[in-house]
Design a protein around this ligand. Structure first.
Ligand code: MN
Ligand code: MN
Length: 297
């Protein structure tokens, strides 16, 4: 099971202005074939369906703990999209078309299906699908797939980074490039222990250098590229049998028991023109009274 924390993995800035079309591109990193919903669900099903957990304990624990981190990535990209769309339209009498600005945005679902929030779909609006999950049950094949998936995810992140300089998108991508680099290396190390093959020598990919990306550097300065979290108060200690030794930068790899400290989850104001959340001040006062009564106040 998963223990949930009401935190985002990093703090996202409050933007001065929205960019709904850039948010549509960021959807690829959420619900695209190589998006966070895919990494989450791949590792989730691989961990549920893992055979011989006792025998291959460190590999099971690696996949299980990275699953939990990916949940937080889905949450982070969703919040990024929400912060990027907020402010595209303005409140007003429905007859003056207060949502006219939304008409020419790339993803009209952001304005019609949701109230200017994220969708479980890609940058072209296609819904995320379970077809994106690969879980063969063959451990080496699944690990090789995960290595490939992380490399693909990294490529897509670098491209979306180049498509927009919106500060929220940049902050999120900078962090996820660093964390994705950790996962690439973790799966490469797992494959090396299983097979003896050094992925870094076998293939010219991936280039895990994040120095070109302005918003990634501070996370590396904090050493986040060398840390793997268990995302559990007590379990998954055996990932240290895989995540150990030297990072390619010469630093020491470190397993952190638990989760990153995290930052506050953004809150979003009402959007009256979307009828969201659609509760009047009067109704809210009534609800507050009922809550107080039921609490015995
Ligand atoms: Mn991720
Ligand atoms: Mn990952």
């Amino acid at each position: 099971m998963i223990l949930r924390l009401d935190k985002l993995q990093i703090e996202l800035p409050r933007p001065d202005s929205p960019d709904a079309n850039a948010a549509a591109a960021v959807q690829e990193l959420l619900g695209g074939k190589y998006g966070e919903m895919s990494t989450l669900n791949n590792y989730m099903f691989q961990s549920f369906n893992f055979r011989q957990k006792k025998k291959f304990r460190p590999f099971y624990e690696l996949i299980a703990s990275i699953t939990a981190e990916e949940f937080g990535h889905v949450e982070l990209v969703s919040n990024t999209i929400n912060l990027m769309i907020t402010g595209t339209t303005f409140p007003g009498d429905p007859n003056i078309a207060p949502m006219e600005n939304a008409k020419d945005k790339r993803n009209s679902y952001h304005f019609i299906q949701t109230a200017q929030t994220s969708l479980p779909g890609d940058s072209m609006g296609r819904p995320w699908t379970g077809d994106n999950v690969f879980n063969s049950g063959n451990l080496v094949l699944d690990l090789l797939h995960n290595f490939f998936l992380e490399c693909g995810a990294r490529t897509h992140k670098m491209r979306v980074y180049e498509m927009t300089d919106h500060p929220v998108a940049r902050e999120m991508i900078g962090y996820l490039l660093v964390r994705g680099g950790v996962h690439v290396l973790a799966y490469a190390k797992a494959i090396e222990i299983m097979t003896g093959v050094d992925m870094k020598k076998m293939l010219p990919i991936p280039d895990l250098d994040n120095r070109k990306f302005d918003t990634a550097r501070k996370f590396e300065a904090q050493g986040k590229h060398r840390k793997l979290y268990t995302f559990s108060p007590e379990d998954y200690k055996q990932i240290s049998q895989i995540w150990k030794g030297e990072h390619p930068d010469g630093g020491t790899l470190e397993v952190i028991q638990g989760a990153p400290r995290g930052a506050p989850i953004p809150d979003f104001e009402e959007v009256p023109e979307e009828f969201a959340p659609g509760v009047s001040e009067e109704d809210f006062q009534e609800i507050a009274k009922r809550l107080q009564r039921s609490a015995g106040l």
